[in-house]
Design a protein around this ligand. Structure first.
Ligand SMILES: [Zn+2]
Length: 219
């Protein structure tokens, strides 16, 4: 992964906690499950700083990096824009109405290039990954694929994105994807079918430890 342009944050500002056994540990940036012998359980984060304080020096979703499980902030990410909707409020008989907008409307300061809030998720995932993470594998039927393709291309993060073939037309971008993005279209498939090969490609040695070979395509 190319990491040089990404400003670092303080990864030690949180720890991971297993919601099943309560085990606390430092985050390696790639773990999705507890290593203890028990059934599936979510990992949650525990932040050392309990006061909520946005960082106005950072942009987009990284204004909240103190309460995000990330080790660096990616520049130029989009953010949710909250605007007062006076006309709509009047039309539906409300005194006051505010709308949270996730999309692309630069004059409002809304710059999610894929017009989806999934860019917030993609930004946080990429901000969490360590430089040695290898190739990320993502399966999606639409907006998640578009968001990861956009941000991984922008920040040169190796990624294999599996989508149903029918979803390819929905992957829009302002610029062609870079070489770090590989798209795999699964023919005659829906989301569940796209996930199946992802599980195969996503075995740990292949995602996290193997160097990406641009000449090779996943089977
Ligand atoms: Zn556990």
């Amino acid at each position: 992964m190319h990491v040089d342009p990404l400003p670092a944050t303080n990864a030690a500002h949180y720890r991971l906690v297993c919601s099943e056994c309560g085990n606390h540990r430092e985050d390696d940036g790639i773990s999705l499950a507890c290593s203890a012998l028990h059934g599936p359980a979510l990992l949650r984060t525990e932040y050392r700083e309990t006061a909520f304080a946005p960082d106005d020096r950072s942009s987009g979703v990284f204004r909240y990096h103190r309460w995000l499980p990330v080790r660096r902030c990616l520049p130029g990410t989009g953010r949710t824009v909250v605007r007062r909707a006076g006309k709509l409020a009047a039309a539906i008989g409300l005194h006051e109405l505010w709308i949270a907008f996730n999309g692309y409307q630069p004059e409002w300061g809304a710059e999610m290039a894929t017009c989806s809030f999934k860019e917030l998720e993609a930004a946080a995932v990429l901000g969490r990954l360590p430089g040695s993470a290898g190739t990320l594998v993502v399966a999606s039927a639409g907006n998640t694929a578009a968001a990861f393709a956009e941000l991984c291309s922008r920040h040169d993060v190796p990624v294999v994105i599996m989508v149903p073939q029918a979803a390819l037309g929905g992957l829009r971008s302002r610029a062609p994807y870079g070489r770090s993005v590989q798209l795999v279209a699964v023919a005659d498939a829906e989301y569940a079918d796209a996930i199946r090969p992802r599980r195969h490609a996503g075995r740990p040695p292949r995602i996290h430890r193997r160097r990406r070979n641009p000449q090779r395509r996943p089977s």
